[in-house]
Design a protein around this ligand. Structure first.
Ligand SMILES: [Zn+2]
Length: 351
C-alpha cells in the first residue's frame, strides 16, 4: 500500500491551453502524475521543479514538455517537503548541475575573451571619450591619495627644481612647436617608498622624486627623457585606461557573480596596484625618443638612466627594501627589461 502524500493540482499537456485536474505523488525517485485515470511516470531528477519563491504560484516543467501549475505555494511546498524532497532551489541546483557547469564554463570563456580582446579595446575607446575636465579631476584625486601614501615634500632647492622645469618646458616646446603636446604639471617630491622614480597620472600630473633627480644630477637631459616618457603615458592616456579597465573588470565580475557592489570601489586602488602593459611602455618610450630627438637631443641620453637604475637595483640586493620601486607599479623604475630598453633608445631612429 502506497502511503506517499498525494496532491491535487492542475496539469497542461504542453499542446492545448486547457488545464486538466491531476493528482501527484512521488514514489521513490519517480513522480507519478494521474490524469483522467491514466498514470504518467517521470524520473524526479528530470523534472524542472518550481523554484521556491516567497509567493506566487508554483510551476514545474516535465521532461515531455507538459507543465504542472499549482496556485497555492504553501500547499505545494508542504507536499514537496512531506514527499521527502529538499528545498526547491537546492534540488533545482543539484538537478541542473550540468547546466550550472555549462554556465560556469561559458562564463569563464566569456570572461577570458572579454579580458583578452573586449576589455582592452573597450577601455581604450572609453578612455579616449573621457572629457579632459574629468580626467584632470581623477588625476588630482589620484595624486592626493598617492601623496598620503608615498610622498613627502621635496628637499631640492627651488632653483634646481625651476631649472629642470624650464629645461623640460623648452624641450616640449621645441618638439611640439604647434603646442599639440598634452597639458602637464610637474612636481618634485621625496619618497622613501618609491626611491629614485617618476610617474604620471591622468590629467598630466607628473611626479619625479628627489632621489631620481640626484641620481641624474650630472645628466639633466636624461631627466628630460624620463619626464618625456611620463608625458607619453599622459599623451596616450594610459592611466585613464587602467582606471577604466579596472572598473570594467569589476563590472564584468559583478555581472557574472550577480554582485555589483564592488563596481566602483576598486577604482581608487587601481593606480597603486596595476602596471602598464608592455605595449603601453613601448608607446611611452617611443614618445620620449621622438620628443628628445625633435628637441635636438639624442635619445641615447636615456641609457644613463637605465644603467644607474640597474646599478642601484644590484647594489640594493642585500638590504633590498620590499616594495622599493614596486610600491607603485606604474612608476618608471618598476618597469622591467632595462637591457631591452637601453637597446631601444640606443638604436632608435626617426622614421
Ligand atoms: Zn612608463
Amino acid at each position: 500500500m502506497n502511503t506517499a502524500p498525494r496532491l491535487s493540482s492542475t496539469w497542461f499537456d504542453g499542446q492545448s491551453p486547457r488545464a486538466q485536474a491531476c493528482e501527484l505523488c512521488i514514489e521513490g525517485s519517480v513522480l507519478v502524475l494521474t490524469v483522467n485515470g491514466s498514470e504518467r511516470r517521470y524520473p524526479v531528477r528530470q523534472v524542472r521543479w518550481a523554484e521556491r519563491r516567497s509567493h506566487g504560484q508554483r510551476q514545474s516543467e516535465l521532461p515531455d514538455g507538459s507543465l504542472i501549475q499549482h496556485a497555492d505555494a504553501g500547499e505545494w511546498d508542504a507536499w514537496r517537503q512531506a514527499s521527502g524532497q529538499r528545498e526547491g532551489a537546492v534540488v533545482g541546483w543539484m538537478q541542473s548541475w550540468r547546466a550550472t557547469l555549462v554556465a560556469m564554463g561559458a562564463s569563464v570563456v566569456f570572461l577570458g575573451a572579454a579580458w583578452t580582446w573586449g576589455v582592452p579595446w573597450l577601455s581604450q575607446t572609453l578612455a579616449q571619450q573621457v572629457p579632459r575636465s574629468l580626467e584632470a579631476r581623477l588625476g588630482e584625486q589620484g595624486l592626493q591619495q598617492l601623496d598620503r601614501l608615498f610622498l613627502q615634500p621635496s628637499a631640492l632647492p627651488a632653483q634646481q627644481q625651476q631649472a629642470l622645469r624650464e629645461r623640460f618646458t623648452s624641450a616640449v616646446e621645441r618638439a611640439h612647436p604647434q603646442g599639440d603636446a598634452p597639458p602637464w604639471q610637474l612636481s618634485f617630491h621625496q619618497s622613501k617608498a618609491l626611491g629614485a622614480n617618476a610617474f604620471a597620472l591622468p590629467g598630466g600630473y607628473i611626479v619625479i622624486t628627489d632621489d631620481l633627480v640626484k641620481l641624474l644630477a650630472d645628466q639633466p637631459d636624461a631627466v628630460v627623457g624620463v619626464l618625456a616618457h611620463e608625458l607619453g603615458h599622459v599623451h596616450h592616456r594610459h592611466g585613464l585606461d587602467l582606471m577604466v579597465r579596472a572598473s570594467l573588470i569589476s563590472a564584468l565580475v559583478g555581472v557574472v557573480l550577480g554582485d555589483t557592489s564592488g563596481f566602483l570601489a576598486t577604482v581608487p586602488a587601481t593606480l597603486a596596484t596595476q602596471a602598464y602593459s608592455r605595449d603601453a611602455e613601448r608607446a611611452a618610450d617611443t614618445f620620449a625618443a621622438r620628443l628628445l630627438h625633435e628637441s635636438g637631443t639624442s635619445p641615447s641620453v636615456m641609457v644613463a638612466f637605465f644603467e644607474r637604475i640597474q646599478q642601484q637595483e644590484q647594489q640594493g640586493g642585500e638590504d633590498e627594501e620590499e616594495g622599493e620601486g614596486t610600491a607603485l607599479p606604474i612608476a618608471i623604475s618598476s618597469h622591467p627589461d632595462h637591457v631591452e630598453r637601453i637597446r631601444f633608445f640606443k638604436e632608435w631612429r626617426p622614421d
